[in-house]
Design a protein around this ligand. Structure first.
Ligand SMILES: Cc1ncc(COP(=O)(O)O)c(C=O)c1O
Length: 451
């Protein structure tokens, strides 16, 4: 690829990608299987392959990938240990046996070493499925009705919980909490009996729990909010949520679909030292293969054990994804320290570098970083600390970020054009990658964010 004089590595949008997407639109609704990959403001990018921290498009343009498939690729694209394990499983034993397999117990035992509160678990294929099952489990165990979630958090697209995604300010509850609003057309009303509360507000959570005294089955959260910009929990917020749920007889569910095996080997519970009653894992656990896990104590899981609560799925725990998870867990157990030191170190380099560049250039921004989960948010004004979704929503300048993302994509750095989507790093990202990214960020910022 040639370096052009304007600092871009290729001239314009990938024309091959445009053509491929146009072709796809003739047989795939909207051109792709996830709306989040073909938003109206996406610059076309149809990928052909990935390796380590890099992806290539159909025109063979090369990008440093800061999206990592929305989080799962904790070891980068095509990590040899995971790929080898999957190929071995596929060629020597088969992808889908349709019977209990020894490997499932082996993987579960390795998960339990990282998440000590989990005594029993069930595997399935997506985060949405595992979360819908977790909500049923909480209602079954407590015999209570309400679920409390938080503004800006995303827990999958099931009818059980899909609250309005990236809600505009006018759609947020007026008070400290309110009923969930439907996340999509066709839901036959809002998710039933789901209340949405302000993030990082112990007062709001306490009021919501007290107002529904003795009828809250569970409080569910992303322990580090990652779907409305990265917003970590305030010091003590997780402890307060833990204490309040105990007090009110509700279960605490940590949706660690993003944070599990990412912000620490044992996820956010490990990083912050707070244990959930029910944990959901998914993305990094599979290293790029579709797996999720729902885990809890033996007592809470009893209704599944007895079959009173139905849980199943043709592809749940198939041996192909189990082989991938087994390899991910082996890597984590073998080299925990090295892996997380590296992830923290490249993330720190990127976050502090972006902070320095935007500050020096006088560009209003906020950089939030929890390990390899980063937001570099462009704001309308000097926002000050942002600790809630509504503050994030109020200050974000989406149009500016889209312009900036387009510029960076054209210079060979990819991250999602919606600034509510975090940047994700992997063990494949090097300090050299970060130096290149920072150089291009500075060039891009000078080109489209000044004046
Ligand atoms: C925190 C969180 N929970 C749940 C989900 C849903 O997972 P899936 O898309 O696999 O159903 C996601 C997906 O991005 C997520 O980020």
């Amino acid at each position: 690829m040639t370096q052009l004089t304007n600092g871009k590595l290729f001239e314009t949008v990938s024309t091959g990608s445009e053509q491929q997407l146009e072709r796809a639109r003739q047989s795939i609704a909207g051109g792709d299987n996830s709306t989040m990959r073909v938003l109206p403001y996406h610059l076309p990018l149809v990928a052909t392959r990935g390796q380590g921290s890099t992806i290539w498009d159909v025109d063979d343009n090369e990008y440093i990938d800061l999206n990592m498939a929305y989080g799962p690729l904790i070891f980068g694209h095509r990590p040899p240990a995971v790929i080898d394990a999957v190929v071995r499983q596929l060629t020597e034993s088969g992808s889908q046996l349709g019977f209990p397999a020894e490997m499932t117990a082996r993987v579960a035992e390795k998960v339990k070493l990282l998440y000590p509160h989990i005594e029993l678990m069930r595997f399935s294929s997506t985060g949405s499925e595992a979360i819908a099952a977790a909500l049923r489990l909480a209602r079954t165990f407590t015999e209570k009705r309400y679920i409390i979630a938080f503004e800006g958090h995303y827990h999958g697209s099931s009818d059980a919980i899909f609250n309005r995604y990236h809600a505009p300010l006018e759609d947020l509850p007026e008070g400290p909490y309110g009923p969930a609003t439907p996340g999509t057309l066709g839901m036959n009303g809002a998710p039933h009996d789901v209340l949405v509360c302000r993030w990082n507000s112990p007062e709001a959570l306490e009021q919501c729990l007290s107002d529904h005294a003795d009828d809250v089955a569970a409080v569910i959260m992303e322990p580090v909010m990652g779907n409305g910009g990265v917003i970590p929990p305030n010091p003590d917020f997780l402890d307060v949520a833990r204490a309040l749920t105990h007090e009110h007889g509700a279960l605490l569910i940590f949706d660690e679909v993003i944070t599990g095996m990412r912000v620490a080997p044992g996820g956010a519970q490990d990083r912050y030292g707070v244990e959930a009653d029910i944990t959901i894992l998914s993305k990094a656990l599979g290293g790029g293969f579709p797996i999720s896990a729902l885990g809890s104590t033996r007592e809470i899981m009893q209704s599944i054990v007895e079959g009173r609560l139905f849980h199943g799925g043709v592809y749940s725990g198939n041996t192909l994804v189990m082989a991938a998870a087994d390899a991910v867990l082996d890597e984590l157990h073998a080299n925990k320290e090295g892996i997380y030191q590296h992830l923290e170190s490249v993330s720190e380099t990127l976050a502090t570098g972006v902070e320095e560049i935007f500050t020096r250039l006088g560009i209003p921004h906020r950089v939030h970083c929890v390990g390899p989960m980063i937001s570099m948010v462009l704001t309308h004004d000097d926002a000050g600390p942002i600790t809630s979704y509504r503050e994030m929503r109020r200050h974000c300048d989406f149009d500016k970020y889209i312009r900036f993302q387009h510029q960076l994509q054209q210079s060979g750095v990819y991250f999602h054009p919606n600034q509510f989507e975090p940047l994700f790093l992997s063990t494949a990202h090097t300090h050299e990658d970060m130096a290149t990214v920072l150089e291009r960020i500075e060039d891009g910022a000078r080109a489209v964010l000044l004046g």
